[in-house]
Design a protein around this ligand. Structure first.
Ligand code: AMP
Ligand code: MN
Ligand code: MN
Ligand code: MN
Length: 283
C-alpha cells in the first residue's frame, strides 16, 4: 500500500514527521510521501525514521499557487534537498505566508473578530503558518464551531476575510520542481474550483511546463472522478498519483493509507524520475 500525500507539524498536520512514519508502518503502508505545504523541513527527520522502520519515504512537497484567482496545489516528489535555489524560493514563500496572515487578521478584525498574530502563532507547530492555524485560533476564540465554518464564512475562497496568495503560479511551481529534478503533479484537480473544461486547459498548459502526473486517487473522489482523471492521464501521457492528504487531528475522518493507492503508482513515478535522472547524467 502507498500513500503519497500527507502533512506533518512542519505545516498544518498534527503529527511529528517521525510519528507519521510510525503510523504508516503500523497501518501496513509501505511507501509514503510527506508533502508539507511550501516546506521540506520535515523530510530529513522523516527519512531517518523511515530507514529505522523499513518504510520507503518519498521526499515531497505541496506548493500553494494561484491561477487567475483560483487556488491550485502542485505536488513535487523525489526532491533534491540540497538545491539552494529551490530552498531559497521556499524561504520567500514562508515570508509571503506571514504577510498574508497579517492581511487575513486585518480583515477579520474589520469584521469584528479581532485575533492577534500571537494567538495564531500559538497554533503553529513548525516553520509554516497556514489558514488551518488561523481557523484553529478562531475556534479557540469561540468565533466559529468548526474549521469548515471558519473557511466557508471567512478565510476560504469566497469568504469575507479571504486573502489570495499571489507570489507563485502553478506554472512556476511545476518548473521549480522540474528544475530541482523532481516529479510534478497537480494535487486534487477536482477541488480546483473552476470546472473540468478549465482544469483540462490548465493541464495542457502545465504539460508545457513539465507536468508529470495528476492526483487521481483522493478522498471524496467518486469512481467516476477516478475514471475520468485516469482517462485524462492516459490520453495525455501523464502518470497517476494519490494519497490521503492526512492532517492528523486537523482533518477529521482521514487516515494514512485510506486511498489504497497501488504500489505500481509509486513504481511508475519512480521509474520516470530515475529515467530522467539517468538521461541527464549521461549528457
Ligand atoms: P493555506 O495553506 O494557508 O492556504 O491553507 C490551506 C489549508 O487549509 C489546506 O491545506 C487545508 O488543510 C485547509 N483547508 C482548506 N479548506 C478547508 C476547509 N473548507 N475546511 C477545513 N480546512 C480547510
Ligand atoms: Mn493543509
Ligand atoms: Mn491541497
Ligand atoms: Mn495536502
Amino acid at each position: 500500500m502507498v500513500d503519497l500525500h500527507m502533512h506533518s507539524k512542519c505545516s498544518d498536520g498534527t503529527l511529528e514527521p517521525e510519528e507519521l512514519v510510525q503510523l504508516a508502518k503500523k497501518r501496513g503502508v509501505q511507501v509514503i510521501a510527506l508533502t508539507d505545504h511550501d516546506s521540506v523541513d520535515g523530510l530529513e527527520r522523516a527519512g531517518k525514521e523511515a530507514e529505522k522502520q523499513g518504510v520507503i519515504l518519498v521526499n515531497g512537497i505541496e506548493f500553494s499557487t494561484s491561477y487567475f484567482g483560483k487556488e491550485v496545489h502542485i505536488l513535487g516528489y523525489f526532491l533534491d534537498l540540497t538545491d539552494e535555489f529551490f530552498l531559497g524560493k521556499l524561504e520567500e514563500l514562508k515570508i509571503e505566508r506571514g504577510n498574508r496572515t497579517v492581511k487575513i487578521l486585518k480583515k477579520l478584525s474589520d469584521r469584528g473578530l479581532p485575533l492577534t498574530m500571537e494567538e495564531v502563532l500559538m497554533e503553529v507547530t513548525g516553520p509554516v503558518v497556514s489558514r488551518t492555524h488561523v481557523a484553529n485560533a478562531m475556534m479557540k476564540k469561540g468565533y466559529v464551531y468548526t474549521r469548515s465554518e471558519a473557511f466557508r464564512q471567512y478565510i476560504g475562497e469566497g469568504g469575507s476575510a479571504y486573502v489570495a496568495k499571489t507570489i507563485i503560479s502553478p506554472n512556476e511551481a511545476v518548473r521549480l520542481i522540474r528544475k530541482n529534478g523532481g516529479i510534478a503533479a497537480i494535487a486534487h484537480p477536482k477541488l480546483i474550483g473552476m470546472g473540468r473544461e478549465k482544469v483540462l486547459s490548465l493541464i495542457d498548459e502545465l504539460i508545457g511546463d513539465g507536468l508529470d502526473a495528476l492526483e487521481t486517487y483522493y478522498p471524496g473522489y467518486s469512481n467516476e472522478d477516478i475514471k475520468f482523471y485516469e482517462g485524462v492521464c492516459k490520453e495525455k501521457g501523464l502518470l497517476t498519483t494519490g494519497g490521503s492528504d492526512y492532517h492528523g487531528l486537523n482533518r477529521e475522518g482521514v487516515q494514512i493509507g485510506d486511498m489504497n493507492v497501488p504500489f505500481e503508482v509509486y513504481e511508475d513515478l519512480k521509474d520516470r524520475f530515475l529515467q530522467r535522472k539517468t538521461s541527464i547524467e549521461s549528457l
